[in-house]
Write a protein that binds this ligand. Structure first.
Ligand code: GDP
Length: 367
């Protein structure tokens, strides 16, 4: 369902399809419904569920992905009606983050987000589990799992407890890893090396630009969320000053709040930067919407007051009319192509110009 215009819904659905492909799925069909609000029981309207079931049957799909966050009962009802697995946008994004996390901290953050998503949904899964596993549940007890309060219920409690333990442990671990990072950052601040953070919508070309600017071999993938773990590289300005450039987590519309929470410490690092280089994909159908989405996330971590340099990337592939329109819209933006190298020198100069001047120590010597 959608409350916005059909074009909004189509853009969002195209992105959802890209996300699903990133997660390794093959996308067969798309279905849009216009409603004022989601159906409380089945998310899409009841009649539409029949259409969906027919599409599932005809296409041989084994999964339905909904572009939104489903309540645990909506998910269960849809699964019962369509007879296939139902996944919502949040679960899909969490899945992709899990596949891409590389650092220890990134992995712990994703696992925390996944468990927090899972905990309130465990009832549904637990019930299914107790029906399937019958009396074999570790919780033991008589009854063979026929009754609602059979061993499954005990198993569910055990599962919940285990998850809560794991959550608090992960929180502790993340906290201590964060301390290490903060210490490193403090050292950098003491040495007063200016920091530049590269932010931008996922797939805008942040990693490519970082490579262009520093010659670092950062993985570039044509997949959403290739960047999960921040990479920091040193760069030297033309006057010999040193500064750091960091790639940040890819932003996406409707970033699940569990993700924003889990990655808060990583995102907060952006707030410590001296300059944000905000990369926009010039070939995207709706770059303004992407810019808004990034600004919303930056505001959430109080990084919206930092000086920002807007950079429109992929000018080699963007059409001239769009570029002209964007130039009028953002007269101060720098237009570049990380691929061809066009505009990169200008970008470097613009960054250097905005770096804070080194503090000059002034000591008054009194007689
Ligand atoms: P990130 O997710 O923002 O870090 O984006 P990446 O740097 O991983 O790039 C995403 C995709 O866009 C990759 O397929 C890149 O090859 C492509 N890309 C990046 N910069 C350019 C560019 O200047 N021109 C074109 N045509 N494609 C680019």
């Amino acid at each position: 369902w959608t409350e916005g215009t059909v074009t909004d819904a189509e853009n969002s659905l195209t992105e959802l399809a890209a996300l699903a492909e990133t997660a390794g799925s093959q996308v067969l069909e798309g279905l849009i419904q216009r409603r004022t609000r989601p159906d409380p029981a089945t998310y899409i309207g009841r009649g539409k569920v029949d259409d969906l079931s027919a599409v599932v049957l005809a296409s041989g799909a084994d999964t339905v992905i909904c572009d939104g966050e489903l309540s645990p009962s909506q998910l269960r009802n849809l699964e019962q009606r369509t007879k296939v697995k139902v996944v919502d946008r949040t679960a899909l994004i969490l899945d992709i983050f899990a596949q891409h996390a590389k650092s220890k901290e990134g992995k712990a953050q994703v696992e925390l987000a996944q468990l927090e998503y899972l905990l309130p949904r465990l009832r549904g899964w637990g019930e299914t589990l107790s029906r399937q596993t019958g009396g074999s549940g570790r919780g033991g007890g008589a009854g063979g799992g026929v009754g609602v309060r059979g061993p499954g219920e005990t198993k569910l409690e055990t599962d919940r407890r285990r998850i809560r333990h794991r959550i608090s442990r992960l929180r502790r671990e993340i906290k201590s890893m964060r301390t290490v990072r903060v210490t490193k950052r403090a050292r950098r601040t003491r040495n007063s090396v200016p920091a530049v953070a590269i932010a931008g919508y996922t797939n805008a070309g942040k990693s490519s630009l970082l490579n262009r600017l520093t010659g670092a071999g950062v993985l570039v993938e044509n997949a959403l969320f290739a960047t999960l773990d921040p990479t920091t590289r040193k760069a030297t300005a033309s006057d010999g000053r040193l500064y750091t450039l960091s790639d940040t987590v890819g932003f996406v519309r409707h970033l699940p709040h569990q993700i924003v929470e889990a990655f808060r410490s990583t995102l907060e690092e952006v707030a410590e930067a001296d300059l944000v280089v905000h990369v926009v994909d010039g070939t995207h159908p709706d770059p303004e919407e992407q810019v808004r989405a990034v600004h919303a996330v930056l505001a959430e971590v109080s990084a919206d007051r930092l000086p920002e340099l807007l950079v429109v990337n992929k000018t080699d592939a963007a059409d001239e009319d769009t570029l002209l329109r964007l130039k009028r819209l953002w007269p101060d933006a720098i237009f570049v192509s990380a691929h061809s190298g066009r505009g990169i020198d200008g970008l470097r100069a613009a960054i250097e110009e905005r770096l804070p001047r080194p503090a000059v120590e002034v000591r008054a010597v009194l007689p």
